[in-house]
Design a protein around this ligand. Structure first.
Ligand code: NAG
Ligand code: NAG
Length: 562
């Protein structure tokens, strides 16, 4: 069970949207605006075909260390017949990377492990080492297929248990940072229905994400399959996933997590909550399950803690007997706190109930606007007043909502519709990313030339800037295995005169601006660094047109080799 929270090592910035009252500057203009993607049908994802020249600047041997790994270059066949387990794990682990229970964290061995379209048969887990992105062809999702005789915890195991280790794992769960898994179908249906066929064992912490994954699980009566299994950690984000079948879509316990845009079809229990401090689920669709959310409740000590706080926002639940079931009746603390907001039920007889006990809120075919269960505190009074019923609806400003009234969300852009000719690499245009060269002028020139005309690809590396780098409004840029842009030198050393390392947009600027898979950081003490200053606003009528995804601000250094 969870122990004490560790101090936050990383300040995470998932998404910043900043609104200013007046707009004076537009994005950069260039001769041929980017426009829509032009990838031909059948063309692979540009990430597969782009020249691979990412490096790990602080690796002991940057010239010999490979960041981008195509599993087929390591012998994986993707033919649905050959056992690809060893080849895939070799693609992940080669190059002296951080894992195996002896290395707990390192930022000097990043890897992007790429899977072309195909069906990859595996007989034991795929293990993503520390600082790994597993990315499939976003245009034609590869399938990870568990063989009938698959042995192990899950098709992807982000934190393996050490055999004979008395519960010890490779990584400390609250420190299991920097993992992302994207663009896969994970299929356990060949495994016996009674086996605990599991898609992903995701015991992770901050700077992690799961996105665009379809889980194909057994639909046999009484099956024991599950999409995601997570027993503890300190996360994290996941979204854009579909779960078909299974005993559990997700079986999850973790300090905190944000989940958005998930669909669960035909599971016994869509989501089982083991424990948490606070989880938010937004945009949940549940079809034909027995129970939507089954929450373990009633533990009140650190040793016995169960689900502490569950917020479910914008759900549509259909043909499912029970939407939410807690294991204990709530009296404030015992039931944890539960907030339901904008929940549409279609043929769901029980909205909230207690296992083996009372119906707390009956369902039917109806909408729950705002309902809560738990203690409400006011002022300095430490004694909460137990509430179980309708609660005031929070004010949600219109710009935050989509056309159906749900909270607006925008998926991490991957530019899957774009052809290779629409992408430019910064290393092809004079930037070095070697952790020592001053790349300020080269990067500024690249932005000035290409923003608004091309997607700008930041090949893996550490790009040093010695004065403020302005990412103009209208820039769409993406990194590779969390490319680092780091401020260094005298400009950022005056605590009394802090200066931005990266400025996104000129003051009051406006334009389609997207940043993904980037770490913003500093080298040395840099007490006068404002790591990122955000000034840009989305274009009119382009909701979510200015944002960051899977991007992080890292302070206080990042080269720990343990
Ligand atoms: C993680 O969770 C499992 C399952 O609840 C539990 O048995 C284990 O002790 C936990 N480990 C840690 C380190 O919290
Ligand atoms: C939700 O996720 C699906 C993939 O599961 C994706 O196709 C869809 O665009 C996403 N919707 C939103 C609003 O992000």
């Amino acid at each position: 069970m969870p122990t004490k929270p560790i101090p936050m090592l990383f300040a995470l910035l998932a998404l910043i949207l900043s609104f200013t009252s007046s707009v004076t500057a537009l994005g950069t203009s260039c001769s041929v605006p980017l426009g829509a993607g032009t990838a031909a049908p059948g063309e692979p994802f540009w990430l597969q075909t782009i020249k691979h020249q990412g490096t790990a600047a602080f690796n002991p041997n940057p010239a010999g260390y490979q960041v981008f790994r195509n599993v087929k270059d390591f012998g994986a066949r993707g033919d649905g017949v050959t056992d690809d387990t060893a080849a895939i794990n070799n693609a992940i682990s080669s190059g002296g990377r951080c894992g195996g229970g002896s290395c707990h964290s390192s930022t000097v061995t990043p890897a992007l492990v790429y899977f072309p379209a195909g069906t990859y048969l595996v007989t034991s887990p795929i293990v993503p080492y520390y600082y790994t992105q597993l990315i499939g062809d976003a245009r034609n999702l590869p399938t990870l297929l568990a063989a009938a005789n698959f042995v192990g915890m899950a098709v992807i195991d982000a934190d393996p248990y050490i055999p004979g280790g008395n519960g010890a794992q490779w990584y400390t769960n609250q420190n299991n940072f920097f993992r992302s898994v994207r663009n896969f179908v994970i299929d356990t249906r060949r495994m016996p229905a009674g086996a605990t066929g599991t898609g992903i064992h995701w015991q992770v912490a901050q700077a992690t994400s799961l996105m665009n994954i379809v889980f194909q699980l057994s639909t046999a009566a009484g099956n024991a399959h599950q999409g995601i299994w997570m027993e503890n950690g300190s996360g994290g984000y996941m979204g854009d996933m579909v779960f078909n079948g299974g005993k559990f879509g997700m079986w999850v316990g973790n300090q905190q997590f944000t989940v958005r845009n998930v669909t669960m079809n035909n599971a016994d229990t869509a989501i089982f909550g083991l424990w948490n401090w606070g989880w938010t689920f937004q945009g949940v669709t549940i079809n034909n399950c027995q129970v939507g959310f089954d929450l373990s409740t009633g533990g009140v000590t650190q040793e016995t803690q169960t689900v502490g706080a569950e917020a479910i926002i914008d759900a549509v639940v259909t043909n499912t007997p029970i939407f939410v079931r807690t294991s204990q009746p709530s009296n404030g603390r015992l039931g944890g706190s539960l907030v339901l907001n904008n929940i549409k039920l279609n043929n769901v007889p029980v909205a909230v109930g207690v296992a083996g006990g009372a119906t707390v809120l009956s369902g039917g075919t109806t909408t729950i606007t705002s309902w809560g269960q738990g203690n409400v505190y006011s002022g300095v009074n430490a004694n909460g007043a137990f509430t179980q019923g309708n609660i005031p609806t929070p004010n949600k400003p219109a710009p935050l909502l989509d056309s159906s009234g749900k909270i607006f969300g925008k998926t991490h852009p991957q530019y899957a519709a774009y052809s290779l000719s629409q992408i430019v690499s910064v290393k092809d245009h004079g930037a070095r990313g070697d952790g020592t060269t001053d790349d300020t002028a080269a990067l500024q020139a690249i932005f000035n030339q290409f923003s608004g005309c091309k997607i700008i690809f930041f090949d893996a590396g550490t790009y040093i800037v010695t004065s403020t780098l302005t990412i103009p409004a209208g820039t769409q840029m993406t990194g590779e295995a969390w490319t680092v842009i780091a401020g260094k030198g005298a400009t950022f050393n005056n605590i009394n005169n802090p200066v931005p390392v990266v400025r996104v947009g000129e003051t009051n600027s406006q334009g389609l601006t997207e940043i993904s898979d980037i770490v913003f950081s500093t080298v040395g003490p840099a007490p006068g660094a404002i790591v990122v200053e955000w000034n840009v606003k989305q274009p009119a009528n382009q909701q979510g047109g200015a944002g960051m995804w899977d991007s992080h601000i890292r302070l206080g250094g990042g080269q720990c080799l343990v």
